[in-house]
Write a protein that binds this ligand. Structure first.
Ligand SMILES: Cc1cc2nc3c(=O)[nH]c(=O)nc-3n(C[C@H](O)[C@H](O)[C@H](O)COP(=O)(O)O)c2cc1C
Length: 173
């Protein structure tokens, strides 16, 4: 059920050496393509990476927080064309969030790797690193990569504590 998926989803950074079936990849992409988008423009493009040599090289797309890509069988690079829409960041983020939930629904683990505004291990931008490695054209900006695979770690659902409930206000702050 939907709320079980919402509750159990965690960022998974260890994966089994097991490929993600093509039908599941298609369903992840369907979830992304069905996400809402400002003015219905859908400025996003998704790049599915499953070649082990490329995934290995992608580890260096960031200084930190990307090492686990080397374990993963799949990464979906989420790009968008800023010239098409001023809500490209929001659109691409919502599509990514939809994919995290779709992954959970199919017993896959996933983790967002932030690319926009980050630096690669070599010192340039994470975006230009991926642009060169994956031949991403200049017209596309890169928001993030969603790294996906069958989980090799279990994580308990996060608690919604009193502290977190203080983030919610009613009528006025
Ligand atoms: C915008 C954004 C950027 C993130 N960037 C990274 C990242 O670069 N590397 C990483 O390991 N996790 C990244 N994460 C995952 C967060 O660390 C994770 O969602 C957070 O710690 C909460 O844990 P949970 O997803 O298990 O609930 C990112 C998540 C979001 C939403």
């Amino acid at each position: 059920m939907f709320f079980d998926i919402i509750r159990s989803r965690r960022s998974i950074r260890h994966y089994l050496a097991q490929p993600v079936e093509r039908e599941k990849v298609e369903q992840l992409l369907e979830a992304a393509l069905r996400a809402p988008s400002g003015k219905g423009i859908y400025p996003w493009e998704f790049l599915v990476v499953d070649q082990p040599e490329l995934l290995q090289k992608m580890v260096r797309c960031k200084k930190n927080g990307s090492n686990f890509i080397q374990e993963a069988p799949l990464a979906i690079v989420v790009c968008a064309d800023p010239a098409q829409s001023d809500t490209w960041i929001e659109d691409a983020a919502v599509a990514t969030a939809f994919m995290t939930l779709a992954a959970e629904a199919m017993d896959l683990g996933s983790c967002w790797v932030q690319i926009r505004g980050r630096e690669s291990a070599a010192g340039g931008s994470s975006e230009s690193f991926l642009r060169e490695l994956l031949n991403i054209p200049e017209r596309l900006a890169v928001l993030c990569c969603l790294v996906v695979g069958y989980p090799a770690e279990q994580k308990a659902p996060r608690e919604i504590t009193e502290h977190k409930l203080q983030k919610v206000h009613h009528d006025t702050v």
